[in-house]
Design a protein around this ligand. Structure first.
Ligand code: GLA
Length: 382
């Protein structure tokens, strides 16, 4: 091959390469965005809660799904007190370290969940060596040490923390947790103070569920105001958003976000999923054979009628989120696929639920297309 044809060939190769790159590049190929993180890029982050199977990268196809769709991650369980600090003098960061490494490797916004909660916290936390309740001072010191150790370890790497989780009752009063009983109301202010000391640059969140109900929402608004007055840094309120097909209404979701925006803080949707199964009175327990058919109707898969209803439900919710994109920083799903969802076991064990955008095999459901379509109908921030 002479010089000229070599040059021509190399020019053609370069051109082919450029064309391929253009085809693959979102800007050119994307009249219709194909992934969640691309579609909402200019509005808010889209996240998912991950389990160790996922962040240890056991299944390459699932990793590809996660990294292509999501720009933020939350650990489903691996930073909770019982996991990371199981005994008074021993911390176990093995899984949490892998979680953070996964997020960094894939360039994701890494969330920490959760520092102070009444659940998934060992009983010893509230007791002295003799099994007696700790004093206020001793429990504050224990809380300080936990927060400094955990937040401090990932300082600058975990970008936002659920500092206090679920401190409120349904009627908006403070939950009678051991934290409240032993320390008193200022346990919340202290938790935020300790978190800020441990990483002054991290975003700090108050996180709770059912905030769309008026009494609890009012309680949350009052709580955030108190924290603000006490000088606590509260970057955002996390509204978990474990929702159902009929609850909350779009109007409730909308006015709740507005109420929090009015406090001058950001809002993150932190644990989104849509329970499609019927509820029965009471909680827990195995199903009897007779109850099974009525309470677990979609064992063979979600029928088209329900797929469409779920798609409309998700589209309505994302319509609200886009409307409030100036205050919403992130929308995180509680899981990636239906297979993984905690709603297969809650509030009734052993059912087949379908609450997320990807089915049990990781295939997109009609709800994914409906969510992506909201950026075209409601508009994405330029
Ligand atoms: C709450 C917690 C989460 C998780 C879910 C259920 O919403 O914040 O960590 O435990 O319940 O899985």
């Amino acid at each position: 091959m002479d010089r000229t044809s070599k040059a021509t060939r190399s020019a053609l190769l370069t051109l082919a390469g450029t064309l391929l790159a253009m085809l693959a590049s979102p800007a050119v190929s994307q009249e219709r965005p194909t992934t969640l993180k691309q579609a909402f890029e200019s509005a808010f982050l889209v996240g998912a809660a991950l389990n160790p199977e996922q962040f240890y990268e056991r299944n390459p196809a699932e990793v590809a799904l996660i990294t292509s769709q999501f720009s933020a991650i939350t650990p489903e369980n691996n930073l909770k007190w019982e996991r990371v600090h199981p005994q008074p003098d021993s911390f176990d960061f093995s899984a949490a370290d892998r979680y953070v490494e996964f997020g960094e490797k894939h360039g994701m916004f890494i969330v920490g969940h959760t520092l102070v909660w009444h659940s998934q916290v060992p009983a010893w936390v509230f007791q002295d060596g003799a099994g007696q309740p700790l004093s206020r001072e001793a429990l504050l010191e224990r809380m300080r040490q936990h927060i400094h150790t955990v937040v401090g370890r990932y300082r600058g790497r975990i970008k936002g923390w659920d500092v206090v989780n679920e401190a409120l009752n349904e009627d908006g009063t403070l939950r009678q947790s051991r934290w409240l009983q032993i320390i008193g109301e200022d346990y919340l202010v202290k938790a935020f103070e300790f978190a800020r000391e441990a990483d002054p640059n991290a975003e700090l969140y108050y996180n709770d569920y059912s905030l769309e109900n008026a009494p609890k929402r009012a309680g949350a608004v009052a709580l955030i105001r108190k924290l603000q007055q006490a000088g606590a840094k509260v970057t955002a309120i996390g509204t978990q958003s474990h929702v159902r097909m009929e609850w909350p209404t779009v109007a409730q979701a909308d006015s709740t976000i507005q109420a929090f925006a009015d406090l001058g803080i950001k809002v993150a949707v932190t644990e989104l999923d849509v329970d499609v199964l019927p509820r029965r009175e009471g909680r827990g327990g195995e199903l009897t054979a007779a109850a099974r058919d009525s309470l677990d109707p979609y064992r063979a898969g979600l029928p088209d009628r329900m797929q469409q209803a779920l798609a409309r439900r998700y589209a309505d919710l994302f319509g609200v989120y886009l409307k409030h994109q100036d205050v919403i920083t992130r929308v995180t799903f509680w899981g990636v696929t239906d297979q993984q969802s905690w709603l297969n076991g809650f509030p009734t064990r052993g059912r087949t639920n379908h609450p997320l955008l990807f089915d049990r095999a990781g295939r997109p459901k009609p709800a994914l297309a409906a969510v992506l379509a909201t950026t075209r109908t409601r508009g994405n921030r330029p």
